[in-house]
Design a protein around this ligand. Structure first.
Ligand code: ZN
Length: 124
């Protein structure tokens, strides 16, 4: 089975890049003391992958991130959350459509904030 990396701009797969390792998006742990941390980690992985079509509900077990996106070639353990390899951080690009939506949303919020500040200043 072909295993493709889902990070934007990465074309690694296990056929053409047998030297790479491929990691599943972290699953939610049912154990109560690990649940919150595993949820945070999963959310952060998905945020960094930043594909418009992938969220916590739509991510599939066959979708993988390759070893190129980790400093030491693989994810750190769940409890090691201060480790930079806790989430993929290397060669991370963004889905431009997703990014432009975010940017235009940010610009909209900034414009609203400026208008609010202006109207507040005029009222004083
Ligand atoms: Zn990759």
């Amino acid at each position: 089975m072909v295993c493709d990396c889902i990070v934007v701009g990465c074309s690694n797969n296990n056929i053409t890049n047998p030297d790479r390792r491929f990691f599943v998006i972290p699953v939610l742990r049912k154990n109560e003391d690990k649940r919150e941390l595993s949820e945070r980690r999963r959310h952060e992985w998905i945020r960094r992958i930043n594909r418009k079509t992938i969220n916590s509900d739509t991510v599939k077990s066959w979708q993988r991130v390759c070893s190129d996106h980790f400093i030491l070639g693989g994810p750190a353990g769940l409890a090691d959350f201060i480790n930079l390899d806790w989430t993929p951080t290397v060669k991370i690009r963004y889905d431009l459509q997703c990014l432009s939506t975010t940017l235009s949303s940010d610009r909209y919020k900034q414009k609203q904030m400026r208008q609010h500040m202006k109207s507040t200043a005029q009222a004083v």
